[in-house]
Unconditional design. Sequence first.
Length: 301
Amino acid sequence: MGERAQPPIRPAPKPPAKRLHKRPWFRAMIYLVAAYVAWLALLFFWQDRMMFPRQMTAPPRPVPYSQQTVVISLDIGHGGKVESWFIPAPGATASNPRPAVVFFHGNAEIIDWLDDIIAGYHRLGCSVLLPEYRGYGRSSGRPSQKAICSDAVRFYDELIKRDDVDRSRIVFHGRSLGGSIAAAVATQRKPAALLLQSTCASVAGLAWRFGAPPFLVRNPFRTDRVVARLDVPLLIFHGTRDEIIPVSHGRRLRDLAPKAACIEYDCGHNDFPGPGNDETYWSDIAKFLKQSGVIEEPLAE
């Protein structure tokens, strides 16, 4: 009688694999990554609205400064125009050309409401050019670093055609984002002096404040790189209690341009130069412009 056949030995079944996606910590990680990606997407598509909040500006008003105010309009294509205002200094003529200041306003301002800047520089004997940004005030188009700087260069080229302007004494003064614009324009048209007020060292660097990497910033405004190589008299103003662009930005720009004058006031961002400091502020500007060879003596009140 033959041997009885043995049934084949079957391997023991493997325990079921653990499904990682069912672990609570793994699901939480997926949700966090998805939320972060969504946040970056929101920042990417909304960054222009955040950087250029033209919807927050005061409404335009009629040209207010004087009958001598000159409106300069530039064609930007597709029927659009961007404008600037030129307000000559008292007594500026072809036989007595005066220095001129190109003032670049902050990102939530328009040129219509810069009466204090006009009056202050007129007392120093300077004419003033106020370039508007695309999409602001009466100007059409969309703002961007490239477009605004390109327009500013064209406005500068129109300014130096005037026989009542001393082209060797043209100053750039920028406030907040306007300081970044002024510095960027100075790489293309060298001013006699540059004033940066409450200015960010690098807009791209601010991205980390919102948890975003700098490469996502379309308008990086690397003012730190400009001042490190720009050979012009430079005055840096900043408020020690600036809550929007911390004073560390002004100090970084100062460190990168060791020959620059740097003045700090006990104030924030939107109240610069602070209560009771207006006279000192304009006195500091006058002193800087004299040292830079831009003005001799301010006009009498």
